[in-house]
Design a protein around this ligand. Sequence first.
Ligand SMILES: [Zn+2]
Length: 434
Amino acid sequence: MITLSNRFSKNYKFALCEKMRETGNNHKRRPLAETTKPANHVYFFDTTLRDGEQSPGCSMTTQEKLTMAHALEDLGVDIVEAGFAMASEGDFAAIATITQAIHKPRIASLARAKKEDIEMAARALQFADRARIHVFLASSDLHLEYKLKISRAEALDLTGESVRLACSLVDDVEFSPEDATRSERNFLVEMVRIAIEAGATTINMPDTVGYTTPEEYGQMFREVRERVPAIDAQGIILSSHCHDDLGLAVANSLAAIQNGARQVECTINGIGERAGNAALEEIAATLYVRGDRFGVTTGINLNQLYPASQVLGQLITFRPSPNKAIVGDNAFAHESGIHQHGMLANPLCYEIMTPALVGVAHNHLVLGKHSGRAALRNRFEQLGYTLTRDELQHTYYRFVALADRKKNIYDYDLVGILPDQIREKRREPVSELD
Ligand SMILES: [Zn+2]
């Protein structure tokens, strides 16, 4: 049994966790009535705190994980994978702490197909309103032979045993055949069948190494669904889990949904192992904006996407790149003159969704050397200066000359290029554009 070090003994939460880890005191959980979701509902399984957190620069303290868990609850994710209970004392403590503060989403812990992992996960989750143990075992020959050093037959036995054990401890068990996309298909199908027979109600088929393509990944879901009739007969949820090594994580996840997956595993800002996981905000926004192509519902509050991204950015060591879809600083910025003119006339000219939809307060018209007169006049209006046509023309020449020398033009630069007589005519600034 792993024991917690003394330095934590005065801390209530850690002391509690220690007791839980050692006694295995299985308090009766209070299961909440699960609202039945329609067949076209896609469950969002967020793994920012597990797959995301285990990647470089993303480690978080228990308190930070709790802050993030609150943001995920506000966002409306269905399942929060809060950690990997057996991996460390910190993971165990974070899961236990989150189960006591977060009540809307189901809380999950990852576990290898090992007795001690599964029991540790159950202990960490014992106070959860709704708990899930997420058991994984490799299904590819490469992993079985070199990493686990077990035969296929042994892997199938372990699948059944570990899922049965997990089902005896919690009422919701997910099973993942790790490296599913590089597994021999007949063996994968067999492993899925055994996991379902043993009681798993969610089957996640991960593209662990970010190797698959949308067409191939979608086909795998279709085939497994066809060859394992229990999936549709028993309402088993199929799940995607994609990594972005080839930049295809979101596209692959969407292909899985189009082929019957009803759970997506993803992370805020796409953080995660190596090139990261599928970005939650991109999947959620796509399912909404292109609802015509997907026809599914989700529980995601879209206007919490940007706030959740901001919370994460403050907790870990890096923020999304400025051009990151949905949540990057420039995701709604328009610099070219033609685009800016069109945006001012009607945002729909160049915008497929409003910034407000995903929780961005306003769009940023970035002024640079490609900006046109319309954007310049608009920015001056916002700053409190109304320019006549001639004044604008005159100021625009100065602006272009400045923009040639300077990469970013700030408001004080703009004020600096105004002729004196205009600068003196300043009125109260107007609020930002809608
Ligand atoms: Zn992963």
